[in-house]
Ligand binder design. Structure first.
Ligand SMILES: C[S@@+](CC[C@H](N)C(=O)[O-])C[C@H]1O[C@@H](n2cnc3c(N)ncnc32)[C@H](O)[C@@H]1O
Length: 335
């Protein structure tokens, strides 16, 4: 093991096998590890796509700081690889990481814990600068034996090699309430390419409608790359969950999104809403098995406010629509 591989091995060991209380510290170590690689300047900003925005290399790199997210994905992916090895014992595991960013942080740190035989990884991102960076890091760590391909491609269109089985897909290209980024379109394109029994990470993203007092909702706040939960004192803030609207999984999605949008049924406007005056969308992520992100754990699961019920006075019902065309977003119709 080279010095650098030993270092990332130690950081990853600590993260996976010590108390979650140390997650923030371990993730900072991980970020500092990556910043030791002198990467080229990049002036490309966000890229607008047909089904969402691909965030810039700098913003993608900073996602690591969302520490419960990063830690939970790393634990989930680690256990998913072990599970995949059990399921497909005599096969080379083909893993596609779509939207890897400049650091591939949801997979690369784990590689020092696995032998390179029988693992064959494709790293993919639409951002050329991110792929240039990750290529350089792969070479400097000597990880070419794990990683056969680093490619620039649009994951909403990409077709995996036809003559090979795809055992696992990792993709985190989302924001809260599935707004802004193209997670849904990417999942729609890639998940059907998995081999039977293959694993999609995250296993499930579920979207729930509810009423709440939004300004009292606990949420993860980010300031200068430090993260803390705001409104923590309101952890038991009143919420009235209405129902789960849809879940995004590898199989045919319950209730959605085989096409470009999801449309809810009509909901009557509640009679009394002083205590819970806001219509909210809640995002829950099952990364893999027991590794999960609850509301307010992460920027990508923070609660999202659609509108206040006070704006709907004199109306009797509403329905909501989620669309992935241009920039994924929610809209409300009243009657
Ligand atoms: C939220 S960042 C996550 C980066 C990194 N995987 C992480 O988890 O920290 C999403 C990444 O997905 C990439 N991306 C977004 N849409 C994409 C698309 N359609 N095809 C390929 N990459 C995409 C962005 O360029 C960005 O690097």
């Amino acid at each position: 093991m080279t010095k650098r591989v030993k270092k990332i091995y130690n950081i990853t060991q600590k993260l996976l096998f010590s108390s979650k209380k140390k997650d923030a510290e371990s993730i900072l170590d991980l970020y500092n590890f990556y910043t030791c690689f002198p990467l080229k300047e990049d002036n490309q900003g966000d890229i607008s796509l047909k089904n969402g925005i691909a965030i810039s290399k700098k913003n993608a790199a900073d996602c690591i700081h969302d520490y419960k997210r990063t830690a939970s994905f790393l634990r989930g992916v680690y256990n998913a690889i072990i599970e995949c090895k059990k399921k497909f014992p005599n096969e080379e595991l083909n893993i596609l990481y779509a939207g890897c960013g400049p650091y591939a942080p949801l997979l690369l740190p784990l590689l020092s814990l696995f032998e390179p035989d029988n693992i064959n990884i494709t790293l993919l991102d639409i951002n050329q600068a991110s792929i240039d960076s990750i290529k350089q890091i792969v070479i400097e760590l000597g990880y070419e034996t794990y990683i056969s391909n680093c490619i620039v491609a649009d994951a909403t269109q990409y077709q995996y090699r036809k003559n090979e089985s795809l055992h696992m897909i990792i993709t985190e290209t989302m924001f809260h309430a599935l707004t802004k980024e193209p997670q849904v379109a990417i999942t729609q394109n890639l998940a059907p390419q998995l081999i039977e029994g293959g694993i999609l990470i995250p296993e499930e993203i579920s979207i729930t409608l509810g009423y709440s007092f939004f300004s009292k909702e606990p949420f993860l706040n980010q300031y200068n790359n430090t993260y803390h939960v705001a409104n923590l004192i309101n952890q038991n803030a009143k919420r009235k969950f209405v129902e789960t609207l849809f879940s995004l999984t590898k199989s045919k999605n319950k209730g959605v999104v085989d096409s470009y949008y999801f449309e809810s049924k009509w909901y009557p406007i509640p009679e009394n809403y002083e205590e819970t005056p806001d219509i909210c969308i809640y995002t829950y992520i099952k990364v893999f098995d027991v590794f999960q992100l609850q509301y307010e754990d992460s920027l990508i699961t923070n609660p999202y406010c659609l509108t206040s019920l006070y704006n709907l006075q004199n109306k009797s019902k509403f329905k909501i629509k989620y669309s992935i065309e241009n920039i994924p977003n929610w809209e409300i119709t009243v009657s």
